[in-house]
Design a protein around this ligand. Sequence first.
Ligand code: P6P
Length: 324
Amino acid sequence: MKRLIPCLEQDNVDIELILLIKTILTACKEISFRVGQGALSNVLGSTLDENIQGETQKKLDIISNQLLKDMLLESGKVRTIASEEEDYVVAATEGAPYIVAFDPLDGSSNIDINGQIGTIFTIYRAKDDVSAESELQFSQKGTEQVCAGYVLYGPSTLLAMTTGGPSRLYTLDKTQGCYLLTTEQMDIPTETQEFAVNMSNYHQWSAGFTHYINDLLLGNEGTRAKKYNMRWNGAMVGDVHRVLSRGGIFCYPNNTKSPQQPAKLRLLYEANPLAMLVENANGKASTEQERILAIEPSHIHQRVAVIMGSTSEVDECLEYLNVK
Ligand code: P6P
């Protein structure tokens, strides 16, 4: 099986970017080990702190965030860092070529129940017209990402990543400590019979989205041609990995009863990187209004509605929301 670096060289990825990707994946190998240790190394449970999102921080959130931050600061390849666990951007190396944003441990509520969790990361070219301390380094559309990926800590530790070409899947060989190519090109089936949504939010959705879900629940007893099944992982990285692996649609629509903050998922380090992976696997990724990757960001912790997965199913959903 092919190792990661030759794949990146074959894709003509710049050597500086290859070295940065290696840094991120080295940190993820350590995170994979810590996650695997679980209770054996006293890393489960919560801290007494909350992050800027108002979420209780798990011990492993802090450990993973610090690991990634330390290694990126040391790499010399990163000008500015953004993290779900950091209120503000962190200036790293002045004049360095890249900026990195990450969710160090997406789905961390799954940690204590041994559920799927993962690290989501995204890389952009640094901007020379703003300082390394400025959040404006990340005022770049998702289409500007030079690399997007996640490392999923499950029965296997898997890396899904794209550098602009196909979304490829690698498996961490824990005996050799290297990522081996296991899927040359991820390809999301156009059609699906599987949807992912948190049904407990049913009474918070728009009329259009509620109508869409009602028709999925009726399946071929209603207007749809087939019966649908439902999955909800509680970790976007796990749900989107299932969609990338066998098709499906993942939805986190707006909460109409929370006009101040209708969306939950974060654009910079959740929606954008996963949207790039989905699109480069022939899928589609939208909010309730527009293509996710085309959004002009306003701030680093900005939230957006997310509808992504099998192209035909996403189009069907957007019809119900009257979005062409
Ligand atoms: P809920 C995890 O906290 C997360 O940000 C995503 O990974 C996940 O899809 C979503 O929130 C789960 O949200 O409302 O089902 O707990």
